[in-house]
Design a protein around this ligand. Structure first.
Ligand SMILES: [Zn+2]
Ligand SMILES: [Zn+2]
Length: 103
């Protein structure tokens, strides 16, 4: 199963197209921009408590048959935070000092 490649940052709603180098994802593919992941969330996913990694680029060009942005298009469904900003900040503060591998 391919990544959904969600179109925006859940926190600030910035566009994160498939070739963006700023997209960060957790293991459930909760998606944020690099600035929010680092400076707002401190590497704590507000939905699951896990950490983030850089979302890889999906090639626009079909370098191998059947695999490209055209063949597996990105999701168009924008996702918004489902928790309030104060809740998210408290959640991050509780978890941020625990290394991701110990969460
Ligand atoms: Zn953002
Ligand atoms: Zn998550």
């Amino acid at each position: 199963m391919a990544l959904q490649l969600r179109p925006n940052c859940e926190y600030c709603d910035k566009d994160l197209p498939p070739r963006s180098m700023e997209a960060r994802i957790c293991s459930y593919e909760c998606t944020f921009c690099a600035d929010c992941a680092e400076n707002k969330l401190h590497n704590v996913c507000p939905n699951c408590g896990g950490g983030f990694v850089s979302r890889p680029i999906r090639p626009a060009r079909e370098w191998r048959p059947g695999v490209s942005i055209e063949k597996q298009p990105p999701s168009a469904k924008r996702v918004q935070l489902k928790y309030g900003l104060e809740d998210v900040a408290a959640h991050s503060a509780q978890i941020r000092n625990i290394p991701p591998e110990d969460r």
